[in-house]
Write a protein that binds this ligand. Structure first.
Ligand SMILES: Cc1ncc(COP(=O)(O)O)c(C=O)c1O
Length: 394
């Protein structure tokens, strides 16, 4: 797609990473499978390299099916270039390992996705990295925690389970003053709801598994960097790890991408409608959704985002396990599972108390994470209302 024109994001979403004239006018990029890539002669073999990115070299490094998806995601996130990996966790792990070495100090938001914390507490600590968690609401005050050996500040906004918004521009300003990099898990926003690089982020990571794929059937992660230098650093790390994603999964991801804007608009609208309905329910003590005007992160969300996804949490007044089971075990429409970002609605009872260390979560109520899918909101509300009725009968 011509990048010299100032197309709107929904137009870019349809055209990015598609070069039909290069493959017989077919609308979607072809699926090119490869382990072996053949070289025409000894000269070509001797010159072969996975750099620059996009060279045909060896199947593990990708084929044009992956490169075109990467081109589209980089354009949509507003970054320099993207790497696609086999899962969101593979993207998180490789992005972090690309920038840390023994003796470094890293700052990680206390609201981060649990496997990121797991990586930090096991692998990073084992290799002599000093891991410190910080309050996600710190903003510019994070400056007080940055040391001479702080190499990365890991952010996730809004945070997993509890949905605190982070002041990313303020964190980036403080980080860059001390030469630390800002890495962001940007999965909640998908590539459509915020512009991470305009906020000063150096590396944006997505679990493409969620909204990019959008159909709950592919695992994928992405690393997008602001600069070529950081891209090369990340690519070298990904090569070391041996991570790879096959062309069929890339094909499904690029197919999902084309409808991302309309799906996200619906997730936004339905999610907010259900969040507002939940606020009216006597069973619910609070709703954690930055799009709600009374949410503590609302001003930051309004400043930095153009919409909300369908993922947020609500807290039920204290209930027994039997009551919870009676509610969630008999839902007609809401499934229970660890992922999100697909077309279907989900509930996930969770307990942030066990996870936090820099902050405390002392709400006595039961937290339930909800993913509002693309079903009719009246039907979803009826399903939740029936579930709340069952709280009384356990
Ligand atoms: C915020 C966030 N980041 C990353 C991931 C990891 O993605 P994946 O499941 O593709 O490894 C998840 C998965 O639930 C997530 O919720």
């Amino acid at each position: 797609m011509s990048t010299d024109k100032n197309f709107k994001s929904s137009t870019r979403l349809v055209h990015a990473g598609r070069r039909s004239s290069e493959y017989h006018g077919v609308v979607n990029p072809p699926v090119l499978h490869a382990s072996t890539i053949l070289f025409e002669n000894l000269d070509a073999l001797e010159k072969a390299s996975p750099f620059p990115h996009g060279n045909s070299f060896y199947g593990r490094h990708g084929t044009p099916t992956r490169y075109l998806l990467e081109e589209a995601i980089a354009e949509l996130e507003g970054g320099h270039a993207t790497l696609c990996l086999s899962s969101g966790v593979a993207a998180i792990t490789n992005a972090i390992l690309a920038f840390v070495k023994p003796g470094d100090h890293v700052l990680i938001t206390d609201s981060t996705y649990f496997p990121t914390r797991n990586l930090a507490n096991t692998f990073l600590k084992k290799f002599g990295v000093d891991v410190e968690y910080y309050d996600p609401t710190l903003g510019a005050d994070i400056a007080g925690l940055i040391r001479d050996n702080t190499t990365i500040i890991w952010c996730e906004s809004p945070g997993s389970l509890t949905f605190e918004m982070q002041d990313i521009p303020a964190i980036a300003k403080a980080a860059h003053a001390k030469n630390a990099k800002v890495l962001l898990d940007n999965t909640w926003a998908s590539p459509t709801l915020c512009r991470p690089f305009e906020m000063g982020v150096d590396v944006s990571v997505q679990a493409g598994t969620k909204y990019i794929v959008g159909h709950s059937d592919v695992m994928m992660g992405t690393i997008t960097t602001a600069t070529q230098e950081d891209f090369v650093t990340c690519k070298k790390q990904v090569i070391l790890s041996g991570d790879s994603i096959g062309p069929d999964d890339c094909y499904l991801a690029q197919r999902g991408l084309r409808t991302l804007n309309v799906r996200m608009r619906q997730h936004h609208e339905s999610g907010l409608a259900i969040a507002k309905w939940l606020q009216t329910r006597p069973e619910v003590s609070r709703v954690l959704h930055p799009g709600l005007p009374d949410d503590p992160g609302h001003a930051i969300w309004k400043r930095d985002f153009i919409g909300a996804s369908g993922l947020f949490s609500f807290v039920l007044h204290p209930i027994t396990r039997a009551q919870l089971a009676n509610m969630v075990d008999h839902m007609d429409l809401f499934g229970m599972g660890f992922s999100w970002g697909g077309f279907e609605s989900l509930l996930l009872p969770s307990d942030p108390k066990k996870i936090r260390t820099a902050t405390t979560w002392d709400d006595p109520g039961q937290l339930v994470r909800i993913h509002v899918g693309l079903e009719d909101t009246d039907d979803l509300i009826a399903d939740l209302a029936a579930g709340f009725e069952r709280l009384k009968t356990a």
